[in-house]
Write a protein that binds this ligand. Structure first.
Ligand SMILES: Cc1cc2nc3c(=O)[nH]c(=O)nc-3n(C[C@H](O)[C@H](O)[C@H](O)COP(=O)(O)O)c2cc1C
Length: 161
């Protein structure tokens, strides 16, 4: 799948079959995050790939539909970099597109992660100085969501707003 096709077909997938994903594919997904752009090339991140079902069951308090994910990727950032939020966003989008390209479904789970950040940091052994910005559940898709997007003609401005 080429890049544009991945961008056009990616959707947030929240239902998974429960099938496992090869470790090599999970590495490919995190490798795509590693290659994202970062402010001043600081690369202020770490990624924890959680495949252990017992841990996945503990993390699903953030969203019950994660229980059939093959893996959950925790995105851990160093907030001493001025651009840590932007850097995390670029990394997550690279992971979501790679999941699409490999035929997997994934979702950016930030809204339900941040309120439990301290609890999850403790659970995953993340140092206090770091931030857990989001969890990204990944799995074999069991749904094909359709999401309405704004029309290009409504948001594209040429030369001036
Ligand atoms: C910053 C951010 C936070 C998000 N947090 C959540 C979340 O907590 N739970 C969830 O189900 N989806 C979450 N999403 C996914 C959005 O709901 C989804 O991207 C949006 O509805 C558009 O659908 P699409 O991704 O299929 O285009 C988040 C997305 C972003 C970019």
């Amino acid at each position: 799948m080429d890049t544009l096709e991945a961008i056009r077909t990616r959707r947030s997938v929240r239902r998974y079959t429960g099938d496992k994903i090869p470790r090599a594919d999970l590495e490919t997904i995190v490798d795509a995050a590693r290659l994202a752009p970062t402010g001043s090339n600081k690369q202020p991140w770490d990624f924890i790939v959680i495949t252990d079902d017992a841990m996945i069951q503990q993390l699903k308090v953030a969203s019950v539909w994660m229980d059939k994910a093959a893996a959950i990727i925790a995105v851990v950032m160093d907030p001493s970099s001025r651009w840590w939020v932007e850097d995390a966003s670029a990394a997550v989008e690279n992971m979501l597109l790679t999941c699409t390209a490999l035929g997997y479904g994934a979702c950016w789970l930030e809204g339900y992660t941040l309120p439990r950040e301290e609890e999850f940091k403790e659970l995953l052994g993340i140092p206090k100085s770091k931030r857990l910005i989001t969890l990204v559940p990944v799995g074999v898709p069991a749904e094909s969501p359709v999401v309405e997007k704004k029309k290009l003609s409504d948001i594209l401005h040429w030369e001036r707003f």
